[in-house]
Design a protein around this ligand. Structure first.
Ligand code: ZN
Length: 129
């Protein structure tokens, strides 16, 4: 439990740091990333197109724009934030948070996210073709 506490505290510090510097880094990073191969070849957005812009807009608190760029990544960020809060509560010894964390990182949860990703990818391509 003590190792987990240090890990959670390190994640807290990292998240706080990221929140303050991400917006400045975003301006440089967006030019750094290459254009999506799938998009440049077929002219159709793949499941991960807009992920970077989604993350940067989310942490710039422009949620509507972030959701517009990539709905799957938006939901994944919200999920990660909920997990993040629960990890902190679990570190304080709250039993419900410990149980919830276990469920959120279980193989069932990962499988559901995997299936959702495939469905999202298929839907996103289908509506553009
Ligand atoms: Zn793409």
């Amino acid at each position: 439990m003590k190792k987990l506490s240090y890990l959670v505290l390190a994640l807290d510090a990292l998240a706080l740091l990221a929140f303050f510097v991400l917006d400045d880094i975003a301006k440089y990073m967006i030019d750094f990333f290459p254009e999506c191969f799938f998009y440049s070849r077929y002219g159709v957005e793949c499941a991960t197109c807009g992920a970077t812009r989604c993350v940067f807009n989310f942490f710039s608190l422009d949620f509507a724009r972030a959701f517009g760029y990539n709905q799957f990544i938006f939901c994944l960020i919200v999920y990660a934030l909920i997990l993040f809060v629960l990890l902190n509560l679990a570190m304080l010894g709250l039993k419900f948070a410990q149980k919830a964390c276990g469920a959120m990182v279980s193989w069932q949860a990962v499988t559901v996210w995997g299936v959702l990703f495939i469905v999202f990818a298929a839907y996103r391509i289908a509506v553009q073709v």
